[in-house]
Design a protein around this ligand. Structure first.
Ligand code: MD3
Ligand code: FE
Length: 206
């Protein structure tokens, strides 16, 4: 389960009921106040995943309260139940209770063709762990190193209901999603197709 120091994979952590609840919540956030969209990168590239944010809005490469690049509105509040879920995730992954106060969630939706290139998450000004939850189609998740975008890396198949926590030395590791496996999800989650990933973070912003 420990892929690297601080990087812990817990397969099947979410019950089917919890997965359905998460899908339902994400469906609501996807409608607004800031609708889900393909993020445009400063260089003009368009991300293949669609993303909606909660708590703070992420646009490359900063967090803001208002979604200036979408419709200028404030994103939905980060709900108390999600914070509680994040705390239980950390406790289960690391085997000990610890303070955790996530204030933003990024929800990525992948269709069968969507990918995420190797990158680091370094727009947060806090070193708290990232909690990642997956629902729907399985994917190939590539967990790299902190030095380079390339090898060495570890490939892990992430399935619906899986938890992954990235803290300590793994917090700044390169990572990406080179492939989604269409048709592998259980429609009973409420997701007929595609993959949903929710990551919770601490922005370190006031
Ligand atoms: C390792 N999302 O939103 S989740 C992202 O499946 C992101 O949508 C992928 O990478 C996805 O930034 C991967 C796993 C993940 C998330 C954040 C991390 C791994 C991480 C932050 C630091 C190290
Ligand atoms: Fe990331």
């Amino acid at each position: 389960r420990e892929i690297a120091p601080g990087a812990v994979h817990v397969p099947g952590w979410l019950s089917l009921d919890q997965q359905r609840h998460l899908v339902q919540a994400c469906r609501e956030w996807a409608k607004g106040p800031v609708p889900i969209r393909h993020t445009v990168l400063p260089g003009g590239g368009v991300m293949s995943v669609r993303t909606v944010c909660v708590g703070w809005h992420w646009q490359p490469y900063r967090y803001t309260r208002l979604a200036h690049d979408v419709n200028g509105r404030r994103v939905a509040e980060f709900p108390a139940w999600l914070k509680e879920l994040g705390r239980r995730a950390l406790a289960d992954a690391y085997g000990k209770e610890m303070p955790y106060d996530p204030d933003t969630a990024l929800i990525n939706f992948y269709d069968g063709q969507a990918r995420m290139g190797m990158h680091q998450d370094k727009d947060e000004r806090a070193d708290a762990p990232v909690v990642s939850l997956s629902v729907g189609d399985a994917c190939l998740f590539r967990f790299g190193n902190t030095e380079t975008r390339g090898k060495p890396y570890t490939d892990v198949r992430l399935e619906s209901g899986d938890l992954f926590v990235f803290g300590g030395p793994s917090r700044l590791a390169y990572h990406g999603v080179p492939k989604v496996y269409p048709g592998t999800g259980d429609p009973a989650t409420g997701l007929a197709a595609g993959r949903l990933n929710l990551t919770m973070r601490v922005t370190g912003l006031g």
